[in-house]
Design a protein around this ligand. Structure first.
Ligand code: PMP
Length: 330
């Protein structure tokens, strides 16, 4: 019989898929590492599994323990799936600006979600930060993974994403491009690829315009999951050879092209990373192999990036962009 013991066995080993259309005019090979093939639908399953297993080994997480983390998105889904399979409770803290859909996904996987007001100072007892700290203090058996400072976040990529890419490209990868959120993906994968190639692989970070990684002040942008207004410990500031800043408009237009032209319904940080990858690939020759990591699926962004009205409100659609056709128009 061919089966897996549980969903956990399906974390990682995601496919590498060649981009054929958005690469028009580019001589280098551009390959996408498509992370929505993970069971929770994102790259974050990798870190969830590694962080939980390391905490089990160190004794920080004991049988019947409770995982407490401020998260509303992909990391929560990854933690919730691994936790349910291993018998832990999950208690997540989200700001109230998070969509009901995202909260319902976490609850569907069995997590408990505490929603905090956004409109209070970080020092307020009800703030997102204070509530999660209080829950950790007051919940017996609580353990907080803290993806922003947990070394098992980059380590999971050093041990899985990096070796997978080296093997899948038969050692021919020349450039690795990824967005930077906590910095775990680029730091762990980048470090592995540099070590195994003797420094030959070039590591490129893609970052939303305004984020600190590309020299911004932390001003807001709309692409989700990447960019920061502070420097997390999980990010190795020496790993990237180059950082490319990408606008929201370019990120979202590329995200739509990936669905329409490459069959890849992916999230906005994927479009952003591909814009960065193409900027690099444009300068390269036919022997170069650029790998760009696509963190999650586009399903979570249907009412934003894939909604013409939302895109139009922000001026992200070109003149004559595809408005919704009404019955009678077609
Ligand atoms: N894209 C999305 C959608 C994410 O959720 C994340 C994680 N915050 C990233 C990109 C960036 O990954 P990392 O945290 O490893 O830098």
């Amino acid at each position: 019989m061919q089966y897996h013991e549980s969903m956990i066995e399906l974390v990682g080993n995601t496919p590498l898929i060649k981009l054929n259309s958005v690469t028009d005019g580019i001589r280098a090979t551009v390959l996408a590492k498509v992370e929505y093939f993970n069971p929770g639908g994102s790259v974050k399953d990798r870190i969830a599994l590694r962080m939980i297993e390391a905490a089990e080994r160190s004794g920080e997480l004991r049988p019947g323990g409770v995982i407490v983390e401020p998260t509303s998105g992909n990391t929560g889904v990854g933690l919730a799936i691994v936790a349910q399979q291993k018998g832990y409770r999950c208690l997540f803290v989200c700001p109230d600006k998070v969509s009901m859909d995202k909260i319902n996904v976490l609850r569907a996987y069995g997590a408990e979600v505490v929603v905090c007001p956004t409109a209070v100072d970080p020092e307020h007892p009800d703030s997102y930060y204070n509530v999660s700290d209080r829950l950790v203090r007051e919940t017996p058996g609580a353990w907080k993974p803290d993806q922003y400072s947990n070394p098992d976040n980059p380590r999971s990529h050093y041990e899985t994403t990096g070796p997978e890419l080296w093997e899948q490209t038969d050692g021919r990868i020349t450039h690795f491009v990824a967005g930077i959120g906590t910095g775990g993906t680029i730091s762990g994968t980048g470090r592995y690829l540099k070590e195994v190639s003797g420094g030959r692989v070039s590591v490129v970070g893609a970052d939303p315009e305004g984020s600190v990684y590309s020299g911004g002040s932390g001003r807001p942008y709309l692409v989700e999951g990447v960019g920061e207004d502070f420097w997390p410990e999980a990010y190795d500031r020496g790993v990237a050879d180059r950082i490319v800043a990408v606008s929201d408009k370019d990120s979202f237009q590329m995200t739509r092209r990936l669905a329409k032209e490459e069959g890849l319904l992916v999230g906005g940080s994927c479009g952003m990373a591909v814009v960065g990858a193409l900027e690099v690939a444009r300068e390269l020759g036919p022997d170069d192999v650029v790998v760009v990591l696509l963190p999650d699926s586009g399903r979570g962004y249907l009412s934003k990036i894939f909604n013409d009205e939302w895109m139009n409100d922000y001026g992200f659609l070109e003149e004559g962009g595809s408005a919704v056709a009404r019955v009678g128009d077609v």
